[in-house]
Design a protein around this ligand. Structure first.
Ligand code: IPE
Ligand code: IPE
Ligand code: MG
Length: 260
């Protein structure tokens, strides 16, 4: 399957080289989720405004999307804005909200050429109309693409997601469409924003912070975690490969004794 992807990729001319740096294609993570952190500190180190860090972080999104596509990752979820990030100064929030439009407009031809599908998780209705329409437009344009799913977590909070899922399930129970006995883990999966996606295999967080910051609390139950001190704007192919190689060394037991 991987070879097929490489052969048909016109753009991925470096993909064989990238692929060769990975020892074992068989345990390539299917879904990688990234908490992209450290933009502000990257800018501060250079005596630049925080938004310059976010701008540079957007270039990293572009680079990492290309690499993920080249090596055959199927789902890339990027935590771009949390429900808690509204607490930041208005000017920073406004800049962050303008990024999807900037990114998607300029990247769209390549997304189409690469057959990448854009998706999002989060409270879309709470976004400013420009941000919402940029995301809607990108999702609509790419909806028939069958390659990498580029999934943005935007205005996303895992606890809010779980509360909403619980409410929706309760409504179904109240309406008699579902009984209490029928509610199980699969039901909850189906009512989360990630219902159509497999759980992440690998979670990467940059910038040295070792916490989840309200990201995919349910979905990460058996995900492999990998942390790096590298700030998101500096995150590159080498660091990404390091994370994937580390994942390939892990022994995922899911509570059992597999691989012992
Ligand atoms: C990550 O970088 C981007 C967002 C959270 C939107 P930060 O802006 O959190 O950067 P630091 O953590 O302040 O360095
Ligand atoms: C998490 O980073 C959110 C995103 C990367 C979008 P934060 O920088 O907001 O997280 P905390 O505040 O350090 O926990
Ligand atoms: Mg941060």
């Amino acid at each position: 399957m991987l070879n097929k992807l490489f052969n048909k990729s016109k753009i991925g001319k470096h993909s064989m080289e990238v692929k060769e740096s990975l020892k074992n294609d068989e345990c390539l993570p299917y879904h990688i989720a990234i908490i992209m952190d450290g933009n502000g500190r990257w800018a501060k180190k250079r005596a630049m405004p925080r938004i310059a860090g976010h701008h540079e972080g957007m270039q990293t999104v572009r680079k990492i999307t290309r690499i993920a596509d080249d090596i055959g990752i199927k789902v890339l979820t990027l935590y771009a804005f949390s429900t808690e990030n509204w607490k930041r100064p208005k000017s920073e929030v406004e800049y962050l909200m303008s990024l999807p439009q900037m990114f998607l407009n300029s990247f769209m031809p390549e997304l189409m050429e690469r057959n990448i599908r854009v998706e999002m998780i989060g409270d879309k209705e709470g976004l400013p109309s420009n941000t919402k329409s940029a995301l809607n437009e990108a999702m609509e344009k790419t909806k028939n693409n069958t390659g990498l799913i580029l999934n943005f977590a935007m205005n996303y909070g895992s606890r809010a997601e779980i509360v909403n899922a619980m409410k929706d399930i309760m409504i179904e129970v109240n309406n008699g469409n579902l009984t209490l006995e029928e509610v199980d883990e699969k039901t909850i999966d189906q009512y989360l924003l990630t219902s159509k996606l497999p759980e992440p295999d690998l979670l990467i967080r940059t910038s040295g912070e070792v916490r989840l910051s309200n990201f995919m609390l349910w979905q990460l139950a058996y995900t492999e975690f990998w942390f790096t001190d590298v700030l998101w704007p500096d995150f590159d192919k080498e660091t990404f490969m390091e994370a994937i190689q580390a994942y390939q060394q892990r022994n995922r037991r899911y509570g059992g004794l597999k691989g012992e």
